[in-house]
Design a protein around this ligand. Structure first.
Ligand code: ATP
Ligand code: MG
Length: 389
């Protein structure tokens, strides 16, 4: 798929901007703090309905209008897809003083109001940023988020299970606290155990399946980007309280049964901790480079290449699951790569229908400048056609 029209209003540092985009590479050039990342964040938001940067909805609304009566950022795009063309509109309502205006996001798909969970993934996108290295070097939360954002674009059941899991987890933790304080009976857990284990089973099964597909692709990219010098390994580490992980469950029902067993085995510890100790909210993926833990042993360059390989594998995963290309977003990542890795990334994303590339250093992307379908200058929240120079 590819976006042929993109418009934003009162969004971040943009008052209003509209661009026609083409198939192939579209290049956005501009100095620092002009709005390049904001624009790719807008595309990512249209795809996932979540910001790529941790922020509240109010942060997305242009600061100048935030104090007005009805502060709304609007994002719109038109997409050509093999499953039929798509018009997508997201309105982000910032904090309001008027109680009749609810803050939050509203979505329209082809003009019809939809729930967020129905709109996620209508536009598929994979975003590469300079922060991706933290998928490899950072805490487990970022590896879970990597999987979650990828799978929820292609699997609505996963998204629903995630939402349910989050709700039930809060309930169950509250109950564990009350049992610990003697204000509730342990028998009350049975219902919440079932609910949580059921949603958790769906999540863990989907994560294990997705990872199974990613392992091969990630390995291929890592080898290709390093001329066969480096290898990468991925292992799913479900947090199930020391159950035998070699004996891997084969479907969500088995994952649910495992979770219930873990709840049973850890009953006393969970009550004394007053919180849920097992389940997908504590999962991790172990990443190894050349057989050693990537977080602790690998060099920064090795970690960066592994993260790049994970994103390339994500693009392949989305394409396979959707039968259509995701839009590839490269935010500032090319300038930090050496020539071989840059070539490796560009050669691969060349296979996808559309790529949006940002850079503050046009001199470093001369090669793609000449063949880019669209070239734009980003300056203070405005977009103008750019001829290069
Ligand atoms: P760099 O090359 O440093 O990555 P960039 O072009 O990617 O820069 P962006 O991250 O897109 O820059 O941000 C540009 C500007 O947007 C920043 O100066 C920031 O203060 C501003 N900005 C962010 N949110 C808002 C908002 N809600 N209202 C107004 N301005 C905002
Ligand atoms: Mg930026």
């Amino acid at each position: 798929m590819f976006i042929f029209d993109l418009q934003v209003s009162n969004y971040r540092n943009y008052a209003h901007a509209a661009v026609r985009l083409g198939r192939g590479v579209n290049l956005f050039v501009g100095d620092n703090a002009q709005g390049k990342s904001n624009l790719l964040e807008a595309v990512y938001l249209l795809s996932t309905l979540r910001s790529s940067r941790a922020s509240s909805d109010a942060d997305l609304v242009r600061r100048d209008i935030l104090q007005t009566e009805f502060p709304v950022a609007r994002l719109t795009c038109q997409v050509e897809r093999s499953a039929g063309n798509l018009q997508l509109e997201v309105a982000v309502v910032g904090r309001t003083t008027d109680p009749s205006h609810r803050a939050g996001k509203r979505v329209r798909v082809n003009g019809i109001a939809k729930r967020a969970s129905e709109a996620v993934g209508q536009l598929a996108a994979v975003l590469f940023t300079t922060l991706d290295i933290d998928i490899v070097a950072g805490p487990p939360l970022l590896r879970r988020r990597y999987l979650d954002m990828m799978i929820s674009q292609v699997d609505r059941g996963y998204l629903r299970a995630m939402q349910k899991y989050a709700r039930v987890l809060v309930q169950r933790n509250g109950l564990l606290k009350r049992i610990q304080e003697g204000a509730a009976a342990a028998t009350e857990l049975a219902f919440w155990d079932q609910e949580l284990a059921h949603a958790g089973g769906i999540i863990m099964h989907a994560r294990a399946e997705a990872l199974g597909q990613l392992i091969l692709q990630t390995g291929i990219h890592m080898e290709r980007l390093t001329d066969g010098q480096e290898s990468v390994g991925l292992t799913y580490k479900p947090a199930l309280g020391g159950l035998d992980e070699a004996d891997c469950p084969i479907d969500d029902t088995e994952w649910t049964a495992r979770t219930l067993r873990a709840f049973h085995d850890l009953r006393r510890r969970e009550i004394s901790a007053g919180t849920t100790l097992v389940g997908p909210h504590r999962d991790d993926i172990v990443i190894e480079i050349n057989g050693m833990a990537a977080g602790g042993f690998a060099s920064r360059a090795q970690q960066r290449t592994a993260a790049l390989s994970l994103r390339l594998a994500e693009a392949a995963y989305l394409r396979r699951a959707l039968g259509d290309d995701p839009v590839v977003l490269l935010d500032d990542v090319l300038s930090e790569l050496d020539v071989r890795r840059r070539r490796g990334v560009l050669d691969y994303v060349d296979n996808f229908q559309q790529t949006l590339v940002t850079t503050a250093e046009p001199d470093r992307v001369r090669d793609i400048m000449t063949k880019a379908a669209g070239r734009f200058m980003v300056r203070g929240g405005t977009l103008t056609p750019f001829e290069g120079g």
